[in-house]
Each structure stands twice: as C-alpha cells, then as structure tokens.
Design a protein. Structure first.
Length: 390
C-alpha cells in the first residue's frame, strides 16, 4: 500500500472551503487504497490525534499569541521533524510553502515523491490579509514559492487560470494538472425557489470576508437595487477584525444597516439550508491579481449552483470555467456596482428567468463538477507519481 503524508496549514474540520476540499481529497485517497496521514495545525479545541475519513490525523499545537508567519514557520519545522522521525512515506502531498519548501528540499534524503497542491500563493494573497506587509518579505516568499514549484515532482491546481500563472513562472505545463473543486450533490439537494408572499427577497453571500471577494461592490450596488425593489443582503462568513470593521463602516456610511445582515461562518453542513432560503446567490469576486492572475476555483459558486439557486457572479475567467453565461447564471462586469444592480434587478423581476438559470446550473454541476470526479483525477496523478517511482 502506498504511504502518503498530506500536510495543510489549515484547521480541519472548519467552515472554510479549504477544509471541505481537504476532507474530500482524504476520502478519495482512502477509498483509492492509499494509507494517508494528515498533518494540520491545532486550534486548541480539536484533539491532537484523530481519525478522519479513514485517515490518521496529527494536529500540531500552535502558540496563538504569535503572528501568522511565526505560526507558519513553526508548522513547517514540525512537519520536517515528523518526516525525520517517520521514514517510509512514498508521496508527500502539501498545500503551501511553509512546509512545502522543506519537503521538496529533503525529498532525495527521505526518498519520497512530492505533490504540490496550489490553491493560492502567499506572495499574492498575504497582502490582502495584511496590507502593511513588507514588500521585501513578500519578495522573499515569492523566491521560496518558485523554488518549491520547480522542485516539485507534480503540481495540481483548481483552474486553468492558475495553471497558466504557474506556467508563466517557468514551469513545464505538463507537470501541472487542473483538478477543479466540486460538490457532493447529496449534500446540496435542489429545493424550489422561496415563495415571495410579500416578504423581502434575500441576496446571499457565503464565504470569507477577504478583500479579494468583492463584498464592497455588492454593498455599493445595494442602494441601486433598493431604488427598484426591497431586498435583504445576507453575508455569512469568516473574517478578520479589520475586515469586519471595514464592512460595517461601509454599511453605515451608505445607511444600509436595516438591509444588511452580517453573520459569522457556520459549519459546512448548515450551508444548504441557508442557500435554500435565498432568492439569489452572489459571488462578486473583485478585479485583482488574486482572481485574475493567480486564479482560483470558488467552491461557493458550485454549491450555489448545485442547490438550484440563480447565480449572480463577476464576469471573469475563473467563473466562466464553471458556468455558461446566461445559461447557468448571470454575470456582471467585475467591480461594477451599477452592472451588478442591473443584473440583480433583472433576476428579482423575472422569476421564470431565475428558475431556468437555477435548473440549468444544478444539472450542469451534477454532470461536470462533483467531488467524485475530482477524486478520480487526483488518483490518476498519484498513480503516475508512484509508477514513475517504480
């Protein structure tokens, strides 16, 4: 049996999309008869040793009083120490450079193949979480990213945009396999659109409050939507204190306190019920290098579609990889609140259009974007890695 170490600097389980992705990867690998050991950080609440989806789990303790980078460096050193004490892994699969840099540099010493799962690169994403981050530090991080990418035996990523960016850094495109995110249709049953009966329609956003998500565009669009019809905007997501304060300030400035509800993230199993109460789901991704240059595969878009809700999303390549414009959802010009409001009002007025888009989206996701399909693609990457090893 192939022994796999899977490392992720993400809390698992948690409401984040990263956790959902990791759990489905674990399930696919275990079902594919791989012996998997997952290493993640501990939030202080979860047990240090665990079993999830048939995989052994070790959680590394963290000093939560330290900043992000200090905790990330500690995690990387802990993974390297684990490898030194536990030889015998055939494949080491990692999601970030904090441990991946050490993993790739020591692959010949410990005799394993390396798989870099690139969902996001810190040289691009960290500045949105920490706006004051030193540019010299970001440049050093990018150097580590390049070294890690070039030393990896295989790379997977969730979108063609991401693959193109990785290739632009001098990587052979043949090393990079695109494996889109997915959904489990059984977790997102299709429900009929809510009956209006005089109630205010709900626009729903579920996801992080990160600056690249474009929530400021939805807030700016809301007054223009309200000029034509009453509506409530529900924002459900995890965010840093700075992000929550900025969001609250923008809502107050536009006098929208009675029209916007902001709530913390919820466990993943509660998301389908939230979606079932929505009239429109939004993915307002902003026009920035995280979305346009690096790329992503927003799980929220697939989950909205799977649940049979009309989707309103930013018109950019990472979205168009997942849906057909005017068939599975309506798109608006990125970072344009006027266009967002125009499309939202169209969906709110035209119930037949909303139903048609929702039905098409649900069918499209079930045919093209399931976790089962993603798992099969991941197994093929592993089989190639192990076969080359032999």
């Amino acid at each position: 049996m192939t022994n796999v170490l899977y490392t992720a600097f993400d809390i698992v389980p948690s409401p984040k999309g990263a956790s959902t992705h990791i759990l489905h990867n674990l399930r696919g690998l275990v079902n594919g008869n791989f012996n998997v050991h997952l290493i993640t950080p501990n939030d202080g609440l979860l047990p240090p040793e665990d079993t999830i989806e048939g995989a052994q789990v070790t959680r590394i303790s963290q000093d939560l009083s330290q900043n992000f980078l200090a905790r990330a460096v500690h995690f990387g050193k802990s993974v390297l120490a684990h490898l030194a004490l536990n030889p015998g892994y055939d494949v080491v699969h990692f999601r970030n450079i904090w441990d991946g840099f050490h993993i790739t540099q020591n692959k010949k010493k410990f005799g394993y193949k390396t798989l870099f799962e690139v969902n996001g690169l810190p040289s691009i994403e960290l500045k949105y979480h920490y706006p004051g981050m030193d540019s010299a530090l970001l440049a050093k991080i990018k150097e580590q990213e390049l070294a890690t990418l070039h030393l990896s035996d295989a790379i997977i990523c969730p979108s063609n945009v991401t693959r193109d960016y990785i290739a632009s850094l001098g990587l052979n495109r043949k090393l990079v396999t695109v494996i889109p995110n997915g959904v489990s249709p059984s977790d997102f049953p299709i429900t009929p659109l809510p009956v209006r009966d005089g109630r205010e329609p709900i626009l729903l956003y579920i996801g992080t409050l990160a600056d690249w998500q474009g929530l400021d565009i939805v807030i700016k669009a809301l007054p223009k939507i309200l000029e034509q019809q009453p509506v409530k905007l529900h924002i459900i997501g995890r965010g840093r204190s700075r992000q929550r304060k900025m969001l609250a300030k923008q809502i107050r400035k536009l006098g929208l306190e009675d029209h916007v509800l902001v709530q913390p993230a919820v466990p993943h199993h509660e998301i389908p019920e939230l979606i079932s109460k929505a009239d429109i789901c939004v993915a307002p991704l902003g026009l920035n290098d995280r979305n346009v240059t690096q790329g992503a595969c927003p799980i929220k878009v697939l989950e909205y579609m799977a649940a049979g809700r009309p989707l309103l999303a930013s018109n950019m390549p990472i979205v168009r990889e997942l849906l057909r414009e005017d068939v599975d959802g309506l798109l608006f010009s990125p970072s344009d609140p006027d266009d967002l409001a125009r499309q939202a009002n169209l969906l709110l007025r035209d119930v037949d259009l909303s139903k048609r888009l929702a039905e098409s989206a649900a069918a499209h996701v079930r045919e093209k974007f399931t976790w089962h399909e993603s798992q099969k693609k991941l197994i093929k990457v592993y089989e190639r890695l192990v076969r080359h090893e032999e």
